[in-house]
Design a protein around this ligand. Structure first.
Ligand SMILES: C[S@@+](CC[C@H](N)C(=O)[O-])C[C@H]1O[C@@H](n2cnc3c(N)ncnc32)[C@H](O)[C@@H]1O
Length: 280
């Protein structure tokens, strides 16, 4: 059984290279509060594939600096920034760790942070308004393309979940009154969104720039980036030959059996349906 979410209890988390420990062993050396909430296996799940590519991390909430030291060791190629309102947290500065004193609820303070973080973690004030305010500002202005934004201690079935559930809903955008036949012309959502009065400017930003939302107990991850159907990343555009092979396998199967794809049955372009409509 794959058991990565609870692996910390009985088994070591996966180590990447012989000389690099997993997050559980690194945790043992620095002891941040995070594992009290069983967050580490979830962090490892999201971070392990990018561990050696990450260049810049920001954590809001420094306190004794234990989590910054854990990230410094886990991401060997990254500068680790901490933001905290308390001057005393400056003491955590050492090695690749830099601490910036500022208020996460102040746009002026957030705007002074460096740009292009690969990872941003909000473990600061933990009020709903500060979590939403920071997410809206930092995700757009300070997180790099393909970056990962994390909100810790999102507790209770409150409006913070509605907020991130809505972002997941926006990510599943589909133009109003359009059927499946426009799938391959979705490459640039712009023309559809311009005509779509259901969404405001901020929502359109999230429609275009969120790859996915992962909601765990008390912990939320949002991945930033254009979806595969958007722009030139489209598999169909870049791999026309392979996409042709995909179509051929499907076509051969449909022709050699009595199989009618479900999408055809419901399509407004289904010839049988059009014929029956004309008869009405
Ligand atoms: C839970 S502790 C951080 C723990 C740390 N990340 C760790 O895992 O070891 C929360 C921190 O947020 C800081 N904080 C509270 N309100 C803040 C604000 N408005 N702006 C920035 N930091 C704030 C506190 O001073 C405190 O150090």
């Amino acid at each position: 059984m794959i058991n990565y979410l609870t692996a910390i209890k009985g088994k070591e988390l996966k180590n990447h290279e012989n000389d690099h420990d997993g997050l559980d062993k690194i945790f043992d050396r620095h002891l941040p509060t995070k594992q009290g909430h069983n967050y580490l296996p979830i962090y490892q799940r999201h971070f392990e594939n990018v561990r050696f590519d990450v260049k810049k991390v920001l954590e809001i909430g420094v306190e004794a600096g234990t989590s910054l030291r854990m990230w410094e060791e886990y991401f060997p190629n990254a500068d680790i920034y901490g933001l905290d309102i308390e001057e005393a947290c400056k003491a955590a500065e050492k090695g690749r760790i830099k601490v910036i004193i500022g208020d996460q609820c102040s746009e002026a303070d957030l705007s002074k942070l460096p740009d292009d973080f690969d990872i941003i973690i909000d473990d600061g004030l933990h009020t709903i308004s500060s979590q939403i305010f920071c997410f809206d500002y930092l995700f757009k202005n300070k997180l790099a393309e393909r970056g990962i934004y994390v909100v810790e201690d999102v507790i209770g079935a409150t409006k913070i979940f509605d907020y991130f559930n809505n972002i997941a809903k926006l990510n599943n955008y589909w133009p109003e009154n359009e059927g499946g036949e426009i799938w391959s012309s979705l490459n640039d959502l712009g023309p559809y969104l311009e005509k779509d009065s259901r969404f405001n400017e901020k929502e359109i930003y999230y429609i275009k720039n969120v790859l996915g939302v992962s909601i765990y107990r008390h912990l939320i991850f949002v991945d930033k980036g254009r979806n595969p159907e958007d722009g030139q990343a489209a598999f169909r555009l870049l791999n026309a030959k392979k996409w042709g092979q995909v179509g051929k396998i499907r076509g051969d199967f449909i022709q050699s059996t009595d199989f009618t794809p479900t999408s055809e049955k419901f399509s407004t372009k289904n010839p049988l349906k059009i014929f029956l409509q004309k008869l009405k």
